[in-house]
Write a protein that binds this ligand. Structure first.
Ligand code: SF4
Length: 340
């Protein structure tokens, strides 16, 4: 996609009236056009001039994989520099959610996450992030459906790419463009404290989720190495500031690793940390990617949830469709060398 300021600048350089910029912007974001050639509202000469200067789609679709029941679709896309980008579409009753990546790889290197295993290659631009959504909007439209939600929970740490992540949120929220409600957009962080404080000050009502995964510093530093920089006390001080300032609900994501972070000690820690108004815990069963961790059984997951609820925690088990196609949490990964 191309943002409006870039289109306005281009039209000025081409000596075109400024309304042409909005025509193109709306064609890209509302009509979901993929090429200037499709924009019959523009004179042919302008379409050709634009095509010579700008790229309306920054990501090329390489491959899509659909789960057997069709509830998840993973798209492998390629950026102009050849870097692979993954995004997922998840359909659950009336909710159609796109999970976007904000980086190629990830510097956080969580112990259980396929995305972080190769480290960070580069951050994505806001346009590259929005293009992941527009691609799935086209697919949904062809099936007479509509994307209802966007979650920034794919590859990468959104707050390690703060400016572009926020610019992408604003582009998605722009009523003159894509037009998704801010409340339908959720940004997830592994706990980058300066990012949480910055988001609390933004005039943008997007939701925030914190990937917690452990309730003691010892275990969390092993699972989410970022915890050594922002330990639990520092992280939860920022969470309290966020809720105090925004009065918005704060979600905590917890990938359950059988026998590792579902122990009595972790339950006690979770109760201590999360028994607060506006805090909500989402339990997600780990999807095995061939590493050292194991997925909890349904019985283990149910027991964990019951133990937490007995202690008064607000908690749900989040379904993670798409594990069959490596599209679930922690499974978006860079293709292995030579697999592109
Ligand atoms: S879980 Fe998220 S923050 Fe952790 S390595 Fe994976 S992509 Fe990065």
């Amino acid at each position: 996609m191309i943002d409006l300021p870039t289109l306005e600048r281009t039209m000025e350089e081409l000596g075109q009236p400024s309304y042409r910029a909005r025509q193109v912007y709306e064609a890209l974001t509302k009509r979901l056009a993929t090429s200037f050639a499709d924009m019959s509202e523009l004179p042919r000469s302008l379409r050709e001039e634009l095509a010579a200067r700008l790229r309306p789609c920054l990501l090329e679709e390489v491959e899509t994989r659909e789960s057997p029941r069709g509830s998840a679709v993973k798209a492998l896309l390629r950026a102009a520099d050849g870097e692979p980008v993954e995004a997922v579409l998840m359909t659950h009753r009336r909710r159609v959610t796109v999970c976007v990546s904000t980086q190629v790889g990830c510097a956080v290197r969580c112990a259980f996450c396929a995305s972080g295993s190769a480290g960070l290659r580069r951050s994505l631009s806001a346009e590259e992030i929005v293009d992941q959504v527009l691609g799935f909007m086209r697919r949904a439209q062809a099936q007479e459906r509509r994307v209802t939600n966007v979650v920034f929970m794919g590859m990468g740490e959104p707050f390690h790419n703060y400016e572009e992540t926020l610019r992408a949120c604003r582009l998605l929220n722009d009523p003159g463009g894509v037009g998704l409600a801010a409340r339908s957009i959720s940004v997830s962080t592994a706990g980058v404290v300066p990012g949480i404080d910055r988001l609390a000050r933004e005039a943008l009502q997007v939701n925030l989720a914190v990937s917690l995964h452990a309730a003691t510093d010892e275990l969390r530093s092993r699972l989410v190495p970022l915890n050594r920089t922002y330990p639990l006390a520092t992280l939860f001080a920022a969470c309290a500031r966020y809720v105090g300032r925004t009065r918005r609900k704060l979600m905590f994501e917890y990938v359950v690793l059988s026998g590792v972070n579902d122990t009595g000690e972790q339950v006690e820690g979770l109760v201590r940390l999360l028994k607060r108004p506006l805090y909500h815990l989402n339990l997600i069963a780990y999807n095995e990617t061939g590493g050292e961790f194991a997925r909890p059984s349904l019985r283990e997951l149910t027991a964990l949830r019951a133990a937490l609820e007995r202690r008064g925690l607000s908690c749900t088990v989040r379904e993670s469709p798409g594990s069959e196609i490596d599209a679930a949490c922690g499974q978006l990964a860079l293709p292995r060398a030579g697999a592109q």
